[in-house]
Design a protein around this ligand. Structure first.
Ligand SMILES: *[C@@H]1O[C@H](CO)[C@@H](O)[C@H](O)[C@H]1NC(C)=O
Ligand SMILES: *[C@@H]1O[C@H](CO)[C@@H](O)[C@H](O)[C@H]1NC(C)=O
Ligand SMILES: *[C@@H]1O[C@H](CO)[C@@H](O)[C@H](O)[C@H]1NC(C)=O
Ligand SMILES: *[C@@H]1O[C@H](CO)[C@@H](O)[C@H](O)[C@H]1NC(C)=O
Ligand SMILES: *[C@@H]1O[C@H](CO)[C@@H](O)[C@H](O)[C@H]1NC(C)=O
Length: 870
């Protein structure tokens, strides 16, 4: 083994040690290798070492330098080195540590903390996120890599990541939602290299579940010293006219060589149609103008170029438009040799932000959006493409066309999926600035890190056509008074420097029309304001009057809450009700009624929000709080583990509200949905309201064949409701009409006793890939003999597999269920339970998933392992 590179401490991001790195290009284009497998992991609840962010801060801060514009404000690495740490040494014996693959969330397996004084309470999901953890693995560098630059690309590590290679401190990045690159080159050597990563999560570091660990992908990038910089390309649509589109591209090229001659580099970029099966198609449809640059060692340069694409296939949101994509392949040549090849996927589209809403490719798109936190239910924060895709697919089925990434940068892959599905993204970065919400949140590092976090976030995400709005804050304390507007202006200006093509917003629950803060953002983003929260609260017209030309939307709306399949009596006759222990709430069981009328004190029912949106049609749309339930924030019952806000529960079962939104947002679906269920043995003779969600305009309800009356939807009403139905067992049937023609009918019956389990796979997808990441979602319903779901069943379902697969987690969507997620036994909730199944990596054959419950006929599904499933 020889030292490939010698280390010297320098403070500038691209001034690099003056010796030993070859200035001649390495052969071959870049390699990007997954480092997801083969880690050793250990976590402590109290720190096992003498390390802390505050002690090593001076060595960590230089990692931000590429994203600090004013070179005078960039950080210099101290000339001394931090003290050696045992866990970072190549000869440290980690064999007793747990073997894990990443993405990994150490907290999600539980157990849940219970009680009012838990160390991690309801807000953060009652899961053991706290403590210090170390991850170690070896990284091999081949002799052929000598002379190359070697980078570690971490897409997300929660939190305060600090990295060592071969015992030497490399750098770090504290914000757990950031993606970042560290240069390993000075510390790497040919052969085996010991990588060690330390993470540190404090209690009270977030208002919701943050996850814990290296919870996104990790990559090793090996590339010639002359290369396209990290997230170093940016393609925008300058104009689309007639049959062609004019594109601009900027490419940042870096020469990381330490010494030697200036490199003469040719930068060229070809454009191909992106093909969902193969990646890029073989047909080149255009090319950016070629540039030649001279780049001296330790410098970088940004190259501008333009291209024209004839007959462009535009990217636009579904269902009114199609999400067509292109890929740009950038090649750097020195002489005849291609030294780097870099792909940028992008879309061609125009976006206009007008007083009456957003226009994509000239067409107004009303925002039918939801907020989504980053966790994936029982899988926790550990990112999984299939699980994220399922979340977005189900939202799209509902008619959702927009998502706000509350309140932090999502994974890179989530935006890839949104690009492919045609969903408009509001990409948000911060929940706090200088003023805290909880004692250990981002406010602690905001002053040092906001600029680097914000610039790196925008450079990472700005090629995604799905991203149409940047948000640089949510409900920050700085909305009123202090220097809030100055901070907002500083952040907004950074966004504009990095991307002048998109508008900015902040989710404002407090700043009114006359606050200076409100004037700073491009788009008025209102959390619960606007629809009339109560006396004195500003309404949409107040904001419109003050800002006649700004776009206005609800960055958070509704905050309706409910527990799937749970109905609590009596039912309010109002259309929007603040939940309380006596109205819609059941404090003993910690459930909230699914009549979908109940909301938190600052919120409103979906119906009330719809009415406000329709009264003020210039409002560009809404982002409902929230699309899916998430771990943490179990308002109004803090003893629970997960939220009540979701339109879809934590396990992925739609609540009744799903159909209320579908009726409005996806009105071509011929659907009528009846609530509640009709198993009320103790309610015979009692008033039991029946509500129906449908896009129809007229409906007639029958109970055991007897009409309960015809209802017509009045203006500003969004549901059919028969509030005086007197319960008797039997059959409810609704017959609906739209424009005088039959539309859709539905039936709900009183069921018999549970007698069997039934199994189904999500979207009937019975094949999964054995790639270690693909998942199958197997849902179980507890049914009577006819096959009707027994709605109050809470029987315990036991899952098992035969063949090369495993049950990853189970869930039922019950926010009070404290059985750890990996348990193969799960009580049905509202008659339903879910198992998430994965094939063993590299396996072949079949996996049989069996579900059993005492006294019931079991169910099974057979999953086929296929290697070419799409
Ligand atoms: C730190 O560890 C390295 C080996 O990784 C060793 O060469 C060096 O002497 C150590 N420094 C101190 C201060 O112990
Ligand atoms: C640098 O340029 C000089 C002059 O052209 C040449 O002689 C030398 O070989 C070059 N060095 C390398 C490492 O390419
Ligand atoms: C390249 O484009 C950027 C962004 O549009 C612009 O700020 C910069 O001035 C351009 N540089 C050159 C050399 O034209
Ligand atoms: C109905 O009442 C009986 C007797 O009071 C009680 O045991 C049972 O749990 C009740 N059933 C339901 C579904 O509320
Ligand atoms: C619904 O039921 C009505 C009355 O029974 C019938 O006329 C109509 O065709 C049905 N509609 C659908 C979509 O099945």
């Amino acid at each position: 083994m020889f030292a490939l590179l010698t280390f010297i401490a320098v403070g500038n991001a691209i001034a690099i040690a003056p010796v030993a790195r070859r200035d001649t290009p390495a052969s071959g284009p870049r390699e990007r290798l997954s480092l997801n497998s083969g880690w050793r992991f250990k976590r402590w609840t109290t720190s096992p070492d003498d390390v802390s962010y505050s002690k090593l801060k001076s060595w960590v801060l230089p990692s931000a330098n590429d994203f600090i514009k004013d070179t005078a404000k960039q950080f210099r690495r101290p000339s001394s080195e931090p003290a050696n740490v045992t866990f970072t040494q190549p000869d440290f014996d980690d064999k007793s540590w747990e073997q894990v693959d990443v993405p990994h969330d150490w907290a999600v397996k539980g157990p849940f903390y219970s009680g009012a004084n838990a160390v991690v309470g309801g807000g953060m999901g009652r899961l053991p996120i706290q403590g210090v953890a170390w991850y170690r693995r070896s990284v091999s560098i081949e002799a052929a890599d000598a002379g190359k630059s070697v980078f570690l690309d971490i897409d997300g590590a929660m939190s305060y990541a600090m990295v060592w290679l071969n015992g030497r401190f490399v750098g770090g990045w504290p914000y757990g939602y950031a993606s970042f690159r560290l240069d390993l080159t000075p510390y790497a050597r040919v052969g085996s290299n010991q990588l060690a990563i330390r993470l540190d999560n404090a209690v009270d570091s977030s208002r919701f579940y943050p996850g814990a660990g290296i919870y996104r992908n990790v990559w090793l990038t090996k590339v010639s010293p002359q290369h396209v910089a990290y997230d170093g390309t940016w393609i925008t649509t300058k104009s689309v006219s007639g049959q062609s589109a004019a594109l601009d591209m900027t490419t940042t090229v870096e020469n990381a060589a330490l010494a030697g001659n200036t490199s003469e580099i040719e930068v060229s970029t070809d454009i191909y149609v992106w093909d969902s099966a193969s990646g890029e198609s073989s047909t080149k449809v255009g090319q950016f103008s070629t540039a030649r640059i001279s780049l001296s060692p330790g410098s970088k340069q940004t190259v501008n170029s333009t291209a024209t694409v004839q007959n462009p296939r535009l990217w636009g949101p579904k269902p009114s438009q199609q999400p067509n994509l292109y890929v740009a392949v950038t090649r750097l040549r020195i002489g005849e040799q291609v030294v780097d090849e870099y792909r940028t996927r992008f879309g061609i589209r125009t976006v206009q932000y007008a007083a009456d809403g957003i226009k994509v490719n000239g067409q107004r798109v009303y925002i039918q959006g939801v907020n989504q936190h980053h966790d994936l239910g029982s899988l926790g924060a550990a990112f999984n493409v299939r699980a994220a895709e399922r979340q977005l697919e189900m939202l799209q089925d509902m008619g959702c066309n927009a998502v706000r990434t509350s309140h932090n940068p999502p994974s890179r892959e989530l935006l890839d999926i949104a690009d492919e599905l045609g969903i408009l993204m509001l990409d948000e970065i911060f929940d706090t600035w200088n003023s805290r919400k909880v004692r250990n949140d981002f406010h602690l590092i905001f002053p040092d890190w906001y600029e680097a976090d914000l610039r790196s976030f925008i450079r990472r995400d700005r090629n995604h056509p799905s991203v149409v709005v940047w948000s640089f804050g949510n409900e920050v304390a700085e909305q009123r008074g202090g220097n809030g507007d100055a901070t907002a202006r500083r952040l907004r200006d950074i966004v504009r420097e990095e991307d002048p093509t998109r508008q900015t917003t902040v989710g404002m629950n407090n700043a009114g029309p006359n606050d200076a803060f409100t004037g700073v953002v491009d788009i008025i983003g209102l959390n619960y304001q606007g629809e009339g929260r109560g006396s004195g609260a500003a309404t949409f017209p107040d904001f419109r009057a003050k800002f006649p030309s700004k776009m206005i939307f609800s960055t958070e709306s509704s905050s309706g809450i409910s527990t799937r399949g749970t109905y609590i009596f009596p039912v309010s006759g109002a259309s929007s009700v603040t939940v309380s222990d006596s109205q819609g709430g059941d404090p003993r069981n910690r459930y909230v009624s699914a009549y979908e009328l109940y909301a938190v004190s600052w919120g409103a029912s979906p119906d009330k929000v719809f009415a406000a949106q329709d009264r003020y049609p210039y409002v560009a749309g809404e982002y409902v709080w929230t699309g899916w339930d998430y771990i943490g924030e179990p308002t109004p019952y803090d003893l629970s583990r997960s939220s009540y806000f979701g339109i879809i529960d934590l396990a992925g079962f739609p609540k009744d509200r799903f159909y209320l939104y579908q009726a409005r947002w996806n009105p071509t679906v011929r659907m009528a949905h009846i609530l509640p269920h009709w198993n009320w043995p103790n309610r015979t003779g009692e008033t039991t309201p029946v509500h129906v969600f449908s896009a129809a305009d007229q409906a007639e309800l029958f109970l055991n064949g007897v009409s309960q009356g015809v209802q017509k939807k009045a203006q500003y009403t969004y549901r059919f409701r028969w509030d005086k139905v007197v319960y008797q067992p039997g059959e409810l049937r609704v017959v609906t009409y739209k424009g005088g023609s039959p539309w859709a009918n539905a039936t709900v019956r009183t069921t018999g006793e549970a007698s069997q389990l039934r199994a189904a796979t999500y979207r009937d997808r019975q094949s999964i890939k054995a790639d270690g990441s693909d998942l199958s979602f197997v849902s179980i319903s507890v049914c009577d003999q006819k096959g009707d779901v027994v709605p109050q069943s809470a029987t315990t379902v036991s899952f098992s597999v035969q063949g090369p697969g495993e049950i990853v987690t189970t869930d039922n969507g019950d926010p009070t269920d404290m059985v750890p997620f990996p348990s193969p036994e799960r009580k049905a909730f509202g008659g339903l339970a879910l198992a998430i199944v994965r094939a063993k990596k590299g396996s072949t054959g079949k996996i049989t998933v069996t579900a059993t419950a005492k006294g019931l006929q079991p169910a099974e599904v057979v999953l086929e392992i296929a290697n070419n499933v799409t």
